[in-house]
Design a protein around this ligand. Structure first.
Ligand SMILES: Cc1ncc(COP(=O)(O)O)c(C=O)c1O
Length: 383
């Protein structure tokens, strides 16, 4: 397919004024998402909300698209307000005992480590596998998995360094040992492909507001069918009984839970967010996840070149497993936070994380954006 990426850019009003290279913080909202939210809000008034059960039918179509994006079945998908919620389902549902072991990598996103520390307070053991010099080692990771290990918490792409651990090999190793695997795909999903049948995680969660270009407060989680057989919901609501769609008669006695992942969702959903996510997923599926990933990789390569020319040292140049759209750059003698502020004054948006300038191009960026980043870096005042 020959995609006119220039036309795709028309979808993103932010690009008219900014060189936006910060999808690892917030993905910009495309027009189609804004319009979908507006349509929904208008419909509320036009129909006086009497059609609200049909909003759930629309949500099911969004569920189908989310499933299609990651090679899952629609029944495997639950909407989430954020990844912390999906992580809570998994961790609480596992009912860990004192002595059980929970494993994460060093420098994980705080959601994953905080839960680990809290579990440790309750008697579980929390182990952070060291990344020596930033380098991930599959052997070191596997050595941390012992007979007491119940759960591994991991990001598909590290939020600050761009580390992209080999999740398919990791998932395979954990599945063969019966160890629970929670994968946070917030960083990367929407730019990089992910196939749940290959990754073999038990729960995969993605908050949409970064690479999936949705508003904050909406995302989705995949919950593996076998896991749904034992993982109990942590919240119950009027939607906990399988016949909840018959809203005129809502009392069903003890709820018979639906078999689908929607049983974890709790009550009413964030419909503006769901409609927005539906519009973005439709755009992404139409462009094609493979084409998007190819474009992201092309731009990533171009961005690396620009950063190197501007004098940066890149983590991905000296370490394995850093092939991702989050580029961590060090500029010798320069303070990353100050540099990010200086670039912002030139209308170039990047972030600073842990001493690195973090540049995160997405498919809507262009080679011209990257040239402007290069020019802004070259023309910067000295540190
Ligand atoms: C890997 C990862 N997960 C999750 C989040 C956001 O957390 P939550 O979805 O709980 O708001 C971020 C935000 O930076 C992130 O980088």
């Amino acid at each position: 397919m020959n995609i006119e990426w220039g036309n795709v850019r028309e979808q993103f009003p932010v690009l008219q004024e900014w060189v936006y290279l910060n999808s690892a913080s917030f993905g910009p909202l495309p027009r189609c998402a804004l319009e979908a939210m507006e349509r929904h809000n208008r419909r509320r008034d036009e129909q006086a909300c009497v059609d609200f059960v049909s909003w759930f039918d629309d949500a099911d179509r969004v569920r189908e698209m989310a499933a299609a994006l990651i090679g899952a079945a629609p029944a495997d998908i639950a909407f989430i307000p954020n990844t912390a919620t999906a992580l809570g389902w998994m961790v609480q549902g596992l009912k860990l005992k004192p002595g059980d072991r929970v494993v994460a990598l060093e420098d994980e996103f705080p959601n994953n480590t905080y839960f680990g520390h809290v579990l440790a307070r309750r008697g579980a053991e929390f182990v952070e596998v060291p990344l020596e010099g930033g380098e991930f080692s599959l052997d070191r990771f596997c050595a941390a998995i012992d007979a007491r290990t119940r759960l591994v918490l991991m990001s598909a792409v590290n939020y600050s360094t761009g580390l992209r651990p080999p999740v398919e090999e990791i998932g395979d190793y954990l599945r063969r040992r019966g160890v629970g695997f929670y994968l946070d795909a917030t960083q990367g999903l929407g730019a990089l492909r992910l196939d749940v049948s290959r990754v073999q995680a038990d729960v995969v969660a993605a908050h949409g507001y970064k690479w999936l270009l949705t508003p904050a407060g909406i995302g989705f989680a995949y919950v593996r069918p076998e896991v749904r057989e034992w993982l109990e919901p942590c919240v119950y609501s009027w939607r906990s009984h399988k016949d909840w769609r018959q809203v005129d008669v809502l009392h069903h006695g003890p709820p018979e839970l639906p078999a689908e992942a929607q049983k974890y969702e709790g009550g009413l959903q964030n419909f503006p967010g769901i409609y927005a996510m539906g519009a973005v997923l439709e755009m992404m599926l139409e462009l094609g996840p493979a084409e998007i990933e190819k474009r992201v990789k092309e731009l990533g390569e171009c961005c690396r070149e620009v950063l190197r020319k501007a004098g940066a040292r890149l983590l991905c140049d000296r370490l394995s497993y850093y092939d991702s759209p989050i580029l961590a750059a060090e500029f010798p003698g320069a303070d990353a936070s100050r540099l990010a502020v200086e670039l912002r004054k030139q209308k170039v948006v990047v972030a600073a994380r842990h001493g690195y300038l973090r540049v995160s191009p997405h498919f809507f960026n262009s080679e011209e954006d990257l040239e402007r980043l290069g020019a802004a870096l070259t023309g910067r005042s000295s540190p």
